[in-house]
Every structure is written in C-alpha cells, then in structure tokens.
Design a protein around this ligand. Structure first.
Ligand code: BGC
Length: 733
C-alpha cells in the first residue's frame, strides 16, 4: 500500500517536472551562472520575442519578455542626475511629482577633481538614484574628448586628456553598476562637435583614434566592465558610428571583448542591413533627431523591428546575429533588474546632497588669486555686491538631454547669503540671457544697458564685488545640438566686468561654464574661480571655497587658450572644424589640448592641470627606481611633496612623459600619472608612480600595433602641464 502511494507520487512528480511546474526554469535559477541562464532563456523565446528586445517600445524603454517574466529595459538620462519620467512616446515630461532628483555637478567638474575616489562616490550616489527609480540603464557617463572649446556638449564629458578620462571613468562605472544599474558610456565615438552631428563624417588617423579618442572607452570596457555603450550620431570613415563594423564588431566586441549591449543614440540608426550586421544591439529614438524633431511612426517600423524579422524569416539575415543581440540584452537584464543581489537604492538622500557638495568642493578650480584676495572670511566686508545672472539663474535646466528636474538647487546667490548673511549681500543681475531653449535662441527682453548701469552703480558702493557669470545651458552655449559661436563670454559680460572694474578694483570673477572662455579683463581682476555647473549644491560649494571653509583643490581638465586660432582644431581651415557639412578632417591629429599648445609652443591663458590652493606646496627631487629598463620591467618614480603653508590642502601631483627621439612625431608631454594627496601644514608625503611599457608606447598605424620604442625618455613631475617641478630620465632598452 505504502509502496503504491510512493510510486503514484513519483509519477505525479515526474509529470509535474515535465511540465516545468515543480522545478524553476534554469533562467530563473539564480544559483546558475548568467551565461547558463541567458542560454536557457534564449532557447524558450520565439523569433518575434527576440526581435522585440532589439528596438524601442517607447521613448526610453525597450521590451523584455513578458511571457517569461523578463522585465523591460528602462533607461534614463543622464550622466549628472536621473531625469524626470517622460511621456511614452514624447520628449516631454510625464509630470510625475515624485521624480525630482539630486543634481550632481556636471562631468567637467568631476574630471577637475582629479580624484578617482570622488568618481566612485559620484557613480555610487547617482547609481543609487537610478536604482531607486528602477532604471536598467543610466545613459552616461560621456567621455568624448574635448577637441574644441566650441563644442556645446563638452560639459557632459571629462576633458581633453585620454589618461585622465580613463582613470576617472572606471570608478564611476563601478559605482553605478554596484547598484545593479548598467552605466552606458557614450558617445562611441568621435562625437566631438554638435554642428552637423547626425551626418558629419569624421576623418581621423588611426593613430589619433587609438591614442586620443578611444582610450577612455577601452578603459570603460576592460577595467570598468561596463555593461552598455551608446553609439554616436556621426560617421567614422564613411559609416555611421551606431552601426559601424570596424568600431563595434572589430574594436569593441572582438578586440576589447565587450560582452554588453550597444545602444544607438536616439535617432542614430539609418539602415537595417548595417544595424543587423555591424554590431548594434538596441535601436532607440529612430525618426527623431535628438530632441528636436518628433515623428510618429510605429515602433514596429524601426530598422531593427519588422524589417529585421522579415529578413530573418526570409534567410537574408543570419539567426546567429539575432541570437547574439538577444543574448547581450538578456545578459544585461540578468546583471541588473533580474540580479538577486540588486540593492534597493535611495533617492534625494542627505548622503547624496553631501556627495554632490563634496564633488563640487573638489572640482572648483582657483585659476588666479593675487595677494590672497580669496578666501574672504566672514565679517571681513560689510557690503558684498554679487553681480551676474548666473548667481541666480538655474543652471540645472537646459542643455538638452542632460536637463534635470532637481529636488532643489542652491544658487550661488543663496549660498553666499547663507554664508555671509542676507544683510551683507546686495544683488544686481548685470546682464540677461533669455530662456534655456533647445534648438532655438531667444534673447532676453530685458534692456542690457539698464542692467549694466544698475550693476555698476551697485558695485561702486560695495566693499567687494563677486561677479558670477560664464555660460549657461541655452542653445549655442553649453547645449546639445549646437556649438558655441565664439570663445568670448556672451551677453555683454566682458564689457560689464570692465565697467565694474572702473568703479571697484576689488572684483573676484566666478565663471560657471563647461567650456573655456576668453578673459580680456584678466590682468585687472585679482581672482578668478572656474566653477563649472555644480548641481543642487552649487551655492553651498562656492561659498565653501570663497570663504575658505574648503581649500580649493580642483585642477583644469582642459586648457584655456588665449584665442580660438590657438586651438589645434581651429589652426587649419574650416574642413578641420566644423567641416563642410559632409566631412570633417582632424588635421591636428594626436595633438589635442595641451599636446598641441606644448608641442607648438603656444602660450595659453591657463594650462591643463592648473589650479591654485590657499596653501603652498614644495616639491622635492624626483627619484627613479632604475636608470634603464626593458619593456618587461616597470619603473617606479617617487617625489616628496610638502605643505609649506598654514592650512591643510590637497595637491594633484602630475606625471608627464616625453619620448626624446621617436620614429613617429610625439607630443612634448603626455599625462601618465596623477595622485591627489592631502597634507596638513608642514606635512610631507612621498608620492609614487609606477610606469610600464604602455605608458611610453605610441600607436603605429602602419603596423596597427602599439609600439614601445627603445630610447631615452624624460619624466616630468608638475603641478600642471606648464609648471614642471622636477625631471628625471631613463632609457628603455
Ligand atoms: C543624446 C544622448 C541621450 C539621448 C536620449 C540624444 O539626443 O545624444 O546623449 O542620451 O538623446 O535622451
């Protein structure tokens, strides 16, 4: 009797398992590897379901596999805050009331910290916000190299140096992804201008591509293990980047072994054949042009939707291509929304505010400070005039896809009032710029002459003037889809500053921008701060630095040129920038940023790596572990640095390398190491750097290989690219 019962139960159990009821399917079994789960899920899916993974279903989402309980993929801009929810198939806000985020400083500010620990904090904090909002993918960070100061999107990127961008992008990704949210590094590659971005064909040497424009993406993949990458709008060597065989199949997926998802930029796909064959995985935003045009087409008509399915069914496209795309997307879903280890995140927490403030504090750069004009202790001045629109204007909205709905924003004016007391501050707008529009420019209706006259009057009665200006996130300023028209400060600010200086010499200039600007008044003003776009905590952070509560320690991730023609990209004809609408030729080649100014001996306003402190540092003599090494060895360089001033301070010690004689021309200096150290007054620390053959190699485009050529190399240790404190030499055998 008992035996019979057992066998009945066994039969029942077998029947149940055959039907998949008793046992969990493998793809849901979290004790199995992701690869096993991906394979299993794929084996259960229909062709239609696989194709549905590969294209958008709404403005910011693509389908999962509802039948199998595999969630949709939801993405969100941007790299310095999690945007508000958008309508299903519109760019406009969905007007939720629970989606106002913490705005973190823009990425030029992060790069200016020269501090990978701060980048980890940044990634972790913004990743927590993205996780709380249940995003699969955060559309950032951007690591396109700063080629021209006119590029409207430079503020979204990490400066002009590939080594700096590489070191900073890795911890950012790790921080984001520790939350079970995929970082999406963008825009791969060479989206270095907004003019004609959708069609411009970038002609660049393989050497410049590998040495300057790709390293940060490579680090993101190989060291950051990034789970997704966004293609760029432009073409490279004749083919659109979002479906470019060389870039996506060869370099990214084959050479770098990227196992994640390639997402198109919104509207960056132009052909089913190329999208299927050349390495794209998810198609987004087709029939739109960035945020400006809005067609209404069914998502099923996307290049990777019905035309793809039809091609698979007719045998035109290999099924392996579809399976590869679907596997990558499933892998990302298993790594993120289906990860059993996914934390819960948090949103607009006090920790995020303090992270935003810390990032801003460390990224603000003190460019000039004559006769200790700064810091300004509380109580020193009775009447402080704060002048300039940027003191009171929101610099979180605008700019295009990075525009944020922030939970709060402390303006510079508010921050200064909080610090020095409402009674000691008098504000005058001074200039006006009009609303932050996307794809259109609308001058302010206010009268600039009257604004200037009123500001000069206020300045003439003040003990001290703090001018807060710069750029903003209007079209043709720091804004997506357009470049700046000039390197000068807009909206009459230069004249305004000059006029103020005529009535009051005590003027500190605070520039908020993501780009370098000209400063014709520089000799006449005692102090200049570069404050970038600082996010929710802008005013508090600026007050921290201005008052001396925090000692500035930011360094420039970009050079400030003396004039536009001095910039490599502008030293040639129009074909070099912005191109003829069809082609652009990167004639300056590998000489981007300080590599150009140094090698061509062109003086700059402020060099790459520059940034002052309220204390002073003394550099000792550098020593090296060996005078001669082979390519198998590494070299250790050490240098003592001492705080010789009266306050605690942080210094970014920078190491540059020069190949004294080379078969191919090389820049005079290349950054290959930096370390930010904190020193108490009188304290000394020894900084050490390890160099390997990678740090002295160049890319030979004839041999298609990195070459470490034997010979003499010079090491320069400095406080900026132009302030070298000590040198040493070694021979590579
Ligand atoms: C931008 C991307 C952005 C996407 C979605 C595009 O216009 O180039 O950086 O992530 O829109 O908003």
């Amino acid at each position: 009797m008992i035996k019979r019962k057992i066998s009945v139960l066994l039969v029942l159990f077998t029947l149940l398992s055959l039907n998949g009821w008793a046992q969990e399917p493998v793809y849901l079994d979290t004790s199995k590897t992701i690869e096993t789960r991906v394979k299993d899920a794929l084996s259960r899916m229909t062709l239609e379901e696989k194709v549905e993974l590969c294209h958008a279903q709404s403005k910011f989402s693509s389908k999962g596999v509802p039948r199998l309980g595999i969630p949709d993929v939801w993405s969100s801009d941007g790299s310095h805050g999690v945007s508000d929810e958008k309508l299903w198939d519109e760019w406009s806000s969905a007007q939720w009331t629970n989606d106002s985020c913490t705005a973190f400083p823009a990425l030029t500010c992060l790069a200016a910290t020269f501090n990978p620990d701060i980048s980890l904090l940044y990634g972790k904090s913004i990743g927590e916000e993205a996780r709380y909002r249940n995003k699969t993918m955060l559309l950032g960070p951007g690591v396109n190299i700063y080629r021209t100061p006119l590029n409207g999107r430079n503020f979204e990127y990490m400066g002009e140096d590939p080594f700096l961008a590489s070191r900073m992008v890795v911890p950012y990704i790790q921080g984001v992804q520790s939350n079970g949210v995929a970082a999406c590094v963008k825009h791969f590659a060479l989206n270095n201008q907004e003019i004609s971005r959708g069609e411009i064909n970038v002609n660049v040497s393989a050497r410049a591509l590998y040495e300057i424009y790709l390293p940060a993406f490579k680090a993101a993949v190989q060291e950051g293990n990034v789970w997704s990458i966004m293609g760029a709008y432009n073409k490279i060597w004749g083919v659109h980047s979002c479906h470019n065989d060389l870039l996506l199949n060869k370099i990214l997926k084959n050479d770098w072994k990227f196992d994640g998802v390639v997402v198109s930029d919104w509207g960056g796909v132009h052909s089913t054949d190329e999208a299927v064959n050349n390495g794209l995985d998810i198609e987004m935003g087709t029939y739109t042009n960035g945020l400006t045009t809005q067609g209404h087409f069914p998502f099923s008509s996307y290049y990777l939707a019905d035309p793809f399915l039809k091609g698979i069914k007719s045998g035109k496209y290999e099924i392996s291509k579809l399976d590869d795309k679907a596997s990558r997307i499933l892998r990302m879903i298993f790594r993120t929304t289906m990860s059993p280890n996914r934390p819960f995140g948090r949103f607009v927490s006090p920790e995020h505010s303090s992270a935003a403030r810390k990032i801003a504090d460390e990224g603000i750069v003190l460019l000039k400070n004559n006769k200790q004009f700064l810091p300004i202790p509380e109580g020193k001045y009775t009447k402080i005039a704060v002048i300039g629109e940027n003191a009171a204007r929101s610099l979180i909205v605008g700019g295009g896809s990075t525009s944020l709905k922030a939970a709060y924003e402390i303006s510079p004016l508010q921050g200064l009032k909080n610090k020095y007391g409402e009674n000691h501050i008098v504000y005058s707008m001074g200039y006006a710029s009009g609303p932050s529009l996307y794809g259109a420019e609308e001058p302010s209706k206010l009268n600039l002459d009257s604004l200037r006259t009123a500001a000069v009057e206020v300045a003439s009665h003040a003990d001290l003037v703090l001018f807060v200006g710069g750029l903003n996130k209007n079209y043709f300023q720091d804004c997506e889809s357009g470049d700046r028209k000039s390197l000068s400060l807009p909206f009459g600010q230069d004249k305004l500053i000059e006029d103020i200086l005529k009535v009051n010499k005590n003027v500190g200039v605070i520039l908020l921008s993501g780009n370098a600007v000209l400063m014709p008044w520089l000799d006449k003003t005692p102090a200049v701060l570069q404050g970038w776009y600082l996010g929710s905590e802008a005013g508090n952070a600026l007050a921290d630095i201005i008052s001396g509560d925090v000692n500035p320690s930011g360094k420039l991730p970009i050079s400030f040129p003396k004039k536009l023609e001095d910039v490599g990209a502008h030293a040639f004809d129009k074909l070099c920038y912005p191109g003829d609408g069809v082609n652009v030729y990167y004639k300056e080649d590998i000489l981007v940023g300080y590599r150009w100014y140094d090698t061509k001996n062109i003086p700059v306003l402020f060099p790459f790596g520059h940034g002052l402190s309220y204390t002073t540092f003394q550099y000792g003599k550098p020593t090296i572990s060996s005078k001669s090494i082979t390519t198998a060895d590494s070299l250790v360089v050490t240098i003592p640095v001492k705080n010789t001033g009266k306050v605690v301070g942080k210094e970014v010690v920078q190491l540059y390398v020069n190949d004294e004689k080379s078969s191919l021309p090389r820049p005079l200096k290349e950054l290959k190491g930096f370390d930010k150290i904190s020193l108490q007054p009188g304290e000394e620390k020894t900084v050490s750097f390890t160099l390997t053959k990678e740090d002295v190699s160049y890319y030979d485009d004839k041999k298609n290989a990195w070459i470490a050529e034997p010979g003499n190399f010079k090491i320069m240790i400095g406080a900026s690219a132009a302030d070298i404190k000590g040198t040493a030499s070694f021979i590579l055998k």
